[in-house]
Design a protein. Structure first.
Length: 428
């Protein structure tokens, strides 16, 4: 199937999201009136034409630093479908061919959120062998890399000299766009500036330059992310939601308050500033510190074939489920060699605190997790189960969500009728 055909299918499926559901209100909580993402096929063709002309004139194209040269597509040549009002920085690097398949605003600086935990971990392991770590260190580092533990990050940020960590990383990894937090925010590791291009450099360092023990330890943790971060945020967005395994990820999110879908956000050791001081310093910062940030980074495919870095900013006040959905659509639209999209149909949901259960019943079927409010989900099949009544609605059909490993009642699916159109009945 051609790439354009796959893009068209994704766009067509996206129209299902905001259909009217006979079991739900006309306006769904956390929902949107937005339809399919903008069709950029014509724009992409024009860009590709410009790309061909550029190649005819260019003698050489510079790549990222690393163990081998990389052929880089000109900035702005991309297949990405960026949702309306979303600012994105994208870099997709195929390690097999040494080329980029996607580049969009790849040198634009974003506040890193938890993606900087990669640099914090690498700095601590710079003079240590992961095989000889103390139990306490291993527990903290595992939690920081797998569950995005903020308290662990703050511990190592302070231990490593805060901004000195970034200074060392810039020199050691030859990073071009990475910068320390703005003045007055030195304690805020999440305000370190990163770009998609530098994130590719970080992963290339881990995979191709770092010692085997460091590479295996870091990547081993990134292959085992927990469903929810320690702060109660569902971190299965972007890469994990867009591709079948194998993949490895380090995600980032910032500015969404305490509505991350899993559990209420617990206290952390990240410092706070007075509102007036925050307002003044945010305005002077070189990177956006106000809009909601959601980033997905990692590798996709056997042998960590492709490095994917997608950084996004969303309008201030965007709900987590909306940003989660938009980042998912963008990531699924990318050309990622070695990546396999999971089978199924994407649908929108409504309401908050929707439980995902191991069986299509509430009886002896304790929730596995909850969904971020209004998030788009992949449904692979549906089956009859316990009749659920949420006045004035009643439904006996349940949808199976393969990426959550469980069922939700179809009442919360945004689609016409009790039974989802075009979705097969589960065989077991």
């Amino acid at each position: 199937m051609s790439l354009h055909t796959r893009r068209a299918i994704v766009a067509e499926v996206a129209q299902v999201k905001w259909g009217t559901h006979v079991n739900s209100p006309t306006t769904h909580p956390g929902g949107s009136a937005a339809g399919r993402p903008p069709n950029r096929r014509g724009t992409r063709l024009r860009r590709l034409g410009a790309f061909a002309a550029t190649l005819a004139l260019a003698a050489t194209v510079l790549g990222l630093s690393g163990t081998s040269p990389a052929t880089a597509a000109p900035a702005g040549v991309t297949q990405a479908d960026v949702p309306a009002n979303v600012t994105a920085g994208v870099a997709v690097f195929d390690r097999t061919t040494g080329t980029f398949t996607e580049r969009l605003n790849e040198t634009m600086r974003f506040r890193s959120a938890s993606v900087v935990k990669l640099l914090i971990a690498l700095d601590y392991l710079r003079t240590r062998d992961p095989r000889t770590l103390s139990t306490a260190d291993r527990t903290r580092l595992d939690s920081m890399l797998r569950s995005s533990d903020d308290n662990a990050a703050s511990y190592y940020w302070s231990l490593g000299g805060r901004t000195a960590i970034i200074n060392r990383a810039v020199e050691q990894l030859s990073l071009s766009d990475t910068a320390n937090p703005p003045a007055g925010y030195e304690d805020y590791w999440g305000y370190v500036a990163l770009s998609a291009a530098d994130t590719v450099r970080i992963y290339r360092y881990i995979l191709d330059t770092a010692s085997a023990p460091v590479r295996d330890y870091v990547m081993g943790n990134l292959r085992q992310p927990t469903r929810c971060g320690t702060d109660g945020f569902d971190q299965q967005f972007g890469i994990p939601g867009s591709f079948e395994r194998p993949w490895a990820v380090k995600q980032g999110w910032s500015g969404f308050g305490s509505s991350g879908g899993c559990t209420p956000k617990p206290p952390t050791t990240v410092p706070t500033l007075a509102a007036a001081q925050q307002s003044e310093q945010r305005a002077a910062a070189a990177v956006d510190l106000t809009k909601e940030a959601l980033h997905t980074t990692g590798t996709v495919g056997a042998g960590d074939r492709t490095i994917v870095a997608v950084f996004t900013l969303h309008p201030d006040g965007t709900p987590y489920g909306k940003a989660y959905t938009d980042l998912g659509r963008l990531t699924r639209s990318l050309d990622v060699p070695g990546g396999v999209h999971p089978s199924g149909t994407w649908f929108g949901t409504w309401s908050s605190g929707v439980n995902v259960r191991p069986r299509p019943t509430t009886v002896d079927s304790a929730p596995l997790t909850t969904l971020p409010a209004g998030v788009e989900v992949l449904v692979s099949c549906q089956k009859l189960g316990q009749e659920v009544s949420i006045p004035p609605y009643t439904n006996s059909w349940w949808a199976y969500l393969p990426q959550y490993g469980g069922y939700i009642t179809n009442i919360y699916i945004s689609s016409p009728g009790n039974q989802l159109p075009g979705v097969p009945v589960c065989s077991s």
